[in-house]
Design a binder for this molecule. Structure first.
Ligand code: DQA
Length: 144
């Protein structure tokens, strides 16, 4: 059976290509989906892609990754990165290797973006690589 990875995106990431292109680039969420699907095909792994604007739905999806037997999680929690203990606890509870991805270079942005709860559970962090960061994260997990 091919390995399964969950790729989870939080609030406003469905607005990629429309929202603040100076931070998030011009590529759409659809382009992100295509690029990660292509990488999964190349790596010979299965992926489940999910985006939600709702914190509890994201918690449910992280738990689902555990119950469906996923091998790892790639997560961009969007603004919940900086606020959500619930998402941190959810990732911790799965004990799955997790990569935190940010499209923009968060470390060079506002002070309030310098706190990341999810970082406490993620074994790797990729920032500022645009949508390519997701494929990089998947390659990292698949090569473990
Ligand atoms: C983001 C960075 C967050 O600070 C922001 O709230 C987002 C997107 C990124 O991908 O760069 O929604 O996670």
């Amino acid at each position: 059976m091919k390995k399964l990875y969950y790729i989870i995106n939080g609030p406003n990431l469905n607005m990629l290509g429309i929202r603040e292109p100076e931070h998030y680039g011009k590529e759409s969420y659809k382009a992100l989906v295509k690029s990660v699907k292509d990488t999964a095909k190349e790596l010979g792994v299965r992926i489940k892609l999910y985006q939600s604007n709702h914190e509890g739905d994201l918690v449910d999806k992280i738990q689902e990754a555990y119950f469906k037997g996923a091998t790892g999680i790639v997560i961009n929690p969007g603004a919940y990165t900086h606020t959500s203990v619930a998402l941190l606890d959810a990732v911790k509870s799965t004990r799955l290797p997790t990569v935190e991805v940010h499209i923009s270079k968060v470390e060079e942005r506002e002070d309030f973006r310098q706190i990341s709860y999810i970082s406490l559970a993620a074994e790797k962090r990729i920032t500022g690589r645009g949508i390519a960061g997701y494929s990089e994260a998947l390659r990292y997990l698949a090569s473990k």
